[in-house]
Design a protein around this ligand. Structure first.
Ligand code: NGS
Length: 376
């Protein structure tokens, strides 16, 4: 048979081949081509199994359709109060999602795809008690197409995470210069009036998450969530960045006196918010670049949202101003609150740089003469 010497040679060869294989597999490009190869072999447009969280009914894996796993949910809520808590890690989470941006569906179709979402865009898991209550706050004006796409992806994404959640679209009324941070202050106030949310996600309408391991729950510190956006080659654009998607608990939010109200137009408000986090003695937490991935829906700069030329001056003063301007001074007037099937829309007058206009006169009571005329 083999001598001891030749056995040693075979053993070395075997280990050598293993090392080469490991080295090849650890290279990203090589991984992609192997994935592609498996894909072709399967001749199947569905996704590629990861082996993660698979159960007999879990059909979706990496790169899958965001809706595919939800058929596992029971169609109705369990009766009775005695639901047990959902598991710490949801069994519906699968990882990477295939985000192909399209909007060739109607809102009615979207409703049918999300049968357990109720009035105002609220949801809770049907078969267990959610561990977290998360409000999604979306500052908004004239971005109907983006909102539709975001709702398409975010509803099933959050259902996979077994959250109790609600969607709030905070719509700035009128054509005056946009003020995103002020809208988010209003969103915080209005959402907290409705429910004891334990986490608020401030969410740009054009950012679509690409990995459901990016859980929409709060951390011990304010969390900057959209860390890896395709527009920035999936890298953090600069160290202090705190925009796009952020998550704060009510306590974090109040500790930093909310957000500034005086940034009119594009830019700077998110950097101010980032500064407030450290000025209030907290630090920024972040998910990994692998998980905090987003696709940005491409668009031009919006009307009424030109770059704010004052932003650099304002940013220099945050240290002096953050306690005087923020949640404690937000002035706005809610014009309407509509409960749509997939979201709550709050239209708000945030005023102008000069402040809030005087309230409109109350509708005058009909006089006897009016009534006679009306019935006459
Ligand atoms: C910074 C802006 C931020 C903005 C970020 C990314 O320069 O408000 O770029 O913008 N800060 C200032 O202008 C002071 S983005 O390319 O995503 O539109 O969020």
């Amino acid at each position: 048979m083999f001598s001891f010497q030749s056995k040693k040679i075979y053993l070395f060869m075997f280990l050598g081949i293993q090392l080469v294989v490991i080295a090849l597999f650890s290279r990203e490009a090589y991984k992609k081509s192997v994935t592609y190869f498996i894909h072709i072999l399967r001749k199947d447009n569905a996704s590629i199994p990861t082996g993660r969280n698979q159960t007999s009914t879990a059909v979706v894996a990496n790169g899958g359709d965001v809706y595919a796993n939800l058929s596992r949910l029971s169609k109705a809520h369990s009766q009775g109060e005695n639901l047990t808590y959902c598991p710490k890690t949801s069994p519906l989470i699968v990882g990477r999602i295939n985000v192909r941006i399209h909007s060739n569906f109607t809102m009615q179709e979207l409703q049918r795809k999300n049968p357990l979402v109720v009035r105002g865009g609220r949801y809770r898991p049907p078969d267990c008690e959610a561990r977290h209550r998360t409000a999604i706050i979306i500052p908004y004006r004239d971005r109907e197409h983006h909102l539709k796409v975001l709702l398409y992806f975010l509803h099933p994404f959050l259902q996979r995470q077994q959250l109790n959640y609600g969607f709030y679209v905070i719509h700035q009324a009128g054509n005056y210069t946009y003020n995103k941070a002020k809208l988010m202050n209003v969103g915080f106030r209005e959402a907290m009036k409705e429910e004891d949310w334990d986490c608020l996600f401030f969410h740009d309408v054009d950012l679509i998450p690409e990995d459901d391991r990016n859980t929409y729950v709060c951390d011990a510190n304010p969390k900057h969530v959209a860390v890896a956006i395709d527009k920035f080659e999936y890298e953090l654009p600069y160290k202090k960045v705190f925009g796009g998607v952020t998550a704060l608990s009510p306590l974090h939010y109040l500790k930093m006196n909310g957000f500034p109200n005086n940034y009119w137009g594009w830019g700077g408000e998110d950097d101010d918010i980032g500064d407030r986090v450290s000025l209030a003695g907290m630090s920024i937490s972040r998910p990994s670049l692998k998980v905090g991935r987003y696709k940005m829906i491409k668009h031009k700069l919006d009307k009424g949202n030109n770059a704010n030329t004052k932003r650099f001056n304002l940013l220099r003063k945050t240290r002096q101003t953050w306690k005087q301007d923020g949640m404690n001074t937000v002035e706005s007037r809610v014009i309407s609150r509509e409960y749509h099937p997939l979201y709550t829309n709050i239209t708000v007058d945030v005023g102008t740089k000069a402040g809030l206009p005087p309230p409109p006169p109350p509708p005058k009571a009909a006089t006897m003469a009016d009534q006679i005329q009306h019935h006459g």
